[in-house]
Every structure is written in structure tokens, then in C-alpha cells.
Design a protein around this ligand. Structure first.
Ligand code: PLP
Length: 401
């Protein structure tokens, strides 16, 4: 007899549910390729040296206290995050046209941006690529936007459906918001080329659409912070407006610290100031103000030449290990003579490979080989190691033959 007796059991989150199932499996050969977090060659989570050093500095600094941050977060963090995303010499920064607020990682940044748009944008409709990160639909629906789709992935080529993308965005109503993965599209690992980005940019600008970049993997995709930010910066260079959500979960390994930023690039500094005041109105009743620790770590690293340099090396090392896993898996499938073209494994970019394995094959690999991944056949390359590649290659071979 509870007042909540009528409450139904909700479905587990499809992505986080994979880890729940993995944890329950007693098999010694089990392999979790569902989790979107970096693992070392030994399969361990990694805290970057740059982060450890920044934390030591913070502990030693007696002036570093635990006071509340302002609603919009740590000022240094916001300024440095905008510079990291848009480039320190970005005209939009120099002209004070960007309002940046610290938010709860990428997810929180998207949510705050979504609520702001629902209240203040004349066309509260957002277009997502098909497929997209599963949480996008929930975040933006809850934020009060209506959700539409544009074609993105072509299963026959395991690449980009550029024609479909252009057609769908071409028929979106003026003002519609377009969600774009800044780099390392999740779950497909398929990104437009820079030439294609340029065509997308022209279409978005000429049709008066509003780009909203989700940047969850800056530096993690190619190993270069600047290269991965290129598409976003192309859209800033044309003088137009946009939103960008940044996450430090993957590139600084700060997953559980929940540190990220939302930037709104505006047409003038006057608009940017008013927009920021409204972002504070969104944030205050949600969680009052963001947490201080993660943002202090990020600000410490971004401010310090040596720490920043060390971070870029560590970031490159993570990206390179992921890329090396792609090559090792591809080579292993060649060696086992697995039928099919597996070149997409080395062509896709970022943390995930969209294998093209179907639901039945995923279930087979799970049952027979204790390999865990999302039902769409997405595997986290960051969860793989030289030691586990043969097990995965054997499982894929058995699944497709
Ligand atoms: N956006 C995309 C495309 C992602 O893949 C993720 C993480 O998996 C996020 C946003 C947000 O992650 P977080 O809230 O942990 O920063």
C-alpha cells in the first residue's frame, strides 16, 4: 500500500542497460563494447596526468574554496571553453558576441540550450540526423521542442547519405534548428568531409536554419583539437548565429565530473548579453548553479601552457589508440577471412564503429561470446585492446558465416 503502487517499471536506458547486463555476466572472457568511455590497453579507466596535476594544484591552493559559483558558472572556464571551441582569435569572441554558460556536461548543455530555444526561438522544431545519440530525442522533447529527422546514414554504403541530408534540410521550414554532431558522429562514426560541410553550411545559411552543434568529442576524434573544431568554426566564420554544446567527458576524461559548456553565438554583443540573462533564467530553477570542481580542473589546464600541452599529448595518445584498434580489428577480420567489406571499420571516426551487424547477430555474439554492445551493432573501439581483438574478430566471423 503505497501511493506509488501504480508506478510501472520503466525500461532500462538502452545504452546504460548494456553495462548492467555485462556486470551480471560471470564469464571470464566477457567484453563490454557498449560503454562510451575510454579504456586503456589494460581495460582500465584513465585519469589523465594533466587532470591529476591540476587537482594537486587546486588542493594546494588555499584560496580555492567551495563557495557557490554564479548561475552561469566559473567565468574563466566559460571564457577558455569558448576559445577552445571557436579558436582564441575567433571574430565572434573578439566582438563579444558569444554567451557561454557552464553546464552539466554535454547533456546538460544540450538541455539548457533546448529550453532556451523552446522559450525564445520562433521555430521550436529541431531536426536530428538518423540515427543519432539516443538521448537527443529525450533531451529536446523534455525541453519543449518538437523533434523531426533528417537522413544521415546510408546502411548500404555504411557512409553518409549526403543527398538525403541535403534534401531533408532543404525542405525544413525557415528557422528550424538543426542538430549537427561537430565531429565523430555517434553512433555511426560517419562525418561529412570538409567540402560537404561547406555545402551543408551554405544550405543552412541560405534557408535561414539555426545550427546547434553537439561537440562531445573535440580532439578525441582526430587527435587534434583544432581539426575537430573545424566544422563549427566554418559556421562562425560566416558571421551567422549558432549554438554549441561542449562536453569534457571524453576529451579530458572528466565523465563523472559533469563538466561542459553551452555557447550561443549571437549577431551582436548586445543580443549576446540578453541571451545570457535568459540562459540564467533557464538554469536557476533547474539546479541553481553548476558544480565547481570539474570546471576548476578544466580552467587550470586551459590556463597553463605546460598542462595544456601535456593534455594535447595525452589526448592524441587516446585518439591514436582508438585508431590503432580500428586497424587491428580490420586486419584480424582479413586474417580470419571473414566475408564482407569491413573497410568502414577503418574509415569511420571517433569512439564508435557502426559495424552493420544486425540485431540477431548482436544477440548471437552476446550469447555465444559474451560480447556486449548496443542492439544497433555499435561497438566502442575504446573498450577494445590488442588482447581482446581476436575474440571479437572470431565472434564477428561466427556471426556472419
Ligand atoms: N552528445 C553525444 C553525441 C554523445 O555521444 C554524448 C556522450 O555519450 C554526449 C552528447 C554527452 O555526454 P555527457 O553528458 O557525458 O557529456
Amino acid at each position: 500500500n503505497s501511493v506509488f503502487a501504480h508506478v510501472a517499471q520503466a525500461q532500462d536506458d538502452p545504452i546504460l542497460g548494456v553495462t548492467v547486463a555485462y556486470n551480471k555476466d560471470p564469464s571470464p572472457v566477457k567484453l563490454n563494447l557498449g560503454v562510451g568511455a575510454y579504456r586503456t590497453e589494460e581495460g582500465k579507466p584513465l585519469v589523465l596526468n594533466a587532470v591529476r596535476k591540476a587537482e594537486q594544484q587546486l588542493v594546494a591552493d588555499r584560496s580555492h574554496v567551495k563557495e557557490y559559483l554564479p548561475i552561469s558558472g566559473l567565468a574563466d572556464f566559460n571564457k577558455l571553453s569558448a576559445e577552445l571551441m571557436f579558436g582564441a582569435d575567433s571574430p565572434a569572441i573578439l566582438e563579444n558576441r558569444i554567451s557561454t554558460v557552464q553546464c552539466l556536461s554535454g547533456t546538460g548543455s544540450l538541455r539548457v540550450g533546448g529550453e532556451f530555444l523552446a522559450s525564445h526561438h520562433h521555430q521550436p522544431t529541431i531536426y536530428f540526423p538518423t540515427p543519432t545519440w539516443g538521448n537527443h530525442h529525450k533531451i529536446f522533447t523534455r525541453a519543449g521542442l518538437s523533434v523531426k529527422a533528417y537522413r544521415y546514414y546510408d546502411p548500404t554504403t555504411r557512409g553518409l547519405n549526403f543527398h538525403g541530408l541535403m534534401e531533408d534540410l532543404g525542405s525544413a521550414p525557415p528557422g528550424a534548428v538543426v542538430l549537427l554532431h561537430a565531429c565523430a558522429h555517434n553512433p555511426t562514426g560517419v562525418d561529412p568531409t570538409l567540402q560537404q560541410w561547406e555545402q551543408i553550411r551554405k544550405l543552412i545559411r541560405s534557408n535561414g536554419l539555426l545550427p546547434f552543434f553537439d561537440s562531445a568529442y573535440q580532439g578525441f576524434a582526430s587527435g587534434s583539437l583544432d581539426a575537430d573544431a573545424k566544422p563549427v568554426r566554418m559556421f562562425v566564420a560566416d558571421g551567422g548565429e549558432l549554438l554549441a554544446a561542449q562536453s569534457y567527458a571524453k576529451n579530458l576524461g572528466l565523465y563523472g565530473e559533469r563538466v561542459g559548456a553551452l555557447s550561443v553565438v549571437c549577431g551582436s554583443s548586445d543580443v549576446a548579453r540578453r541571451v545570457e540573462s535568459q540562459l540564467r533564467v533557464v538554469i536557476r530553477p533547474l539546479y541553481s548553479s553548476p558544480p565547481i570542481h570539474g570546471a576548476s580542473i578544466v580552467a587550470t589546464i586551459l590556463k597553463d601552457r605546460d598542462l595544456f600541452h601535456e593534455w594535447t599529448l595525452e589526448l592524441k595518445e587516446m585518439a591514436d589508440r582508438v585508431i590503432s584498434m580500428r586497424h587491428q580489428l580490420f586486419d584480424a577480420l582479413q586474417k580470419t577471412g571473414t566475408p564482407g567489406d569491413w573497410s568502414h571499420i577503418i574509415e569511420q571516426i571517433g569512439m564508435f564503429t557502426f559495424t552493420g551487424l544486425n540485431k540477431a547477430q548482436v544477440e548471437f555474439m552476446n550469447k555465444e561470446y559474451h560480447i556486449y554492445m548496443t542492439p544497433d551493432g555499435r561497438i566502442s573501439m575504446a573498450g577494445l585492446s590488442t588482447r581482446t581483438v581476436p575474440h571479437l574478430a572470431n565472434a564477428i566471423h561466427a556471426a556472419v558465416t
